[in-house]
Write a protein that binds this ligand. Structure first.
Ligand code: DAT
Ligand code: MG
Length: 138
């Protein structure tokens, strides 16, 4: 059993995709163990994306992630990290296969609708960064 962090990013929330994305999560049979709607602050977004701090797109990324509310979700299941990454597709929506969330709901590489942790190590960092243990189901 694994856990991963999913985020419905501000563009997808603004476009009214919360329901459709959660529907796909339920259809896939992934278990929701934590969920909250929050407007990330600049410092929080910078810390969350710390590994990208030297990338040329870092400021654009932080501006985007703080542009409106996001839905933060912790998912649990067997192989959930890979399964969720497969459901969302690659970073660039234009390169994502049909039926993936980024292809169907993303706008561009910078506005790609959703986040998914890419490894057990990053999942653990990201979940602990954004949730208190008591916010999660056991
Ligand atoms: P992913 O979200 O698929 O794990 P990543 O970790 O490489 O992708 O990058 C984190 C986010 O940064 C990504 O979801 C969108 C943004 N980003 C990545 N590459 C970018 C680029 N070349 N231009 C603009 N934004 C980019
Ligand atoms: Mg990543």
């Amino acid at each position: 059993m694994e856990r991963t962090l999913a985020i419905i990013k501000p563009d997808a929330v603004a476009a009214g995709y919360i329901g459709e994305i959660i529907r796909r999560i339920e259809e896939e049979g992934l278990r929701l163990v934590g969920m909250k709607l929050i407007h990330l602050q600049i410092r929080e977004a910078e810390g969350f994306y710390y590994i990208h701090r030297d990338q040329p797109f870092f400021k654009e990324l932080v501006d985007y992630m703080t542009s409106g509310p996001s839905v933060l979700i912790v998912l649990e299941g067997v192989d959930v990290i890979n399964r969720w990454r497969k459901m969302i597709g690659p970073t660039d929506p234009q390169k994502a296969p049909r039926g993936t969330i980024r292809r169907d709901m993303g706008v561009s590489i910078g506005r790609n609708a959703v986040h998914g942790s890419d490894s057990a190590e990053s999942a653990s960092y990201e979940i602990n960064y954004l949730f208190k243990g008591t916010d999660l189901l056991s």
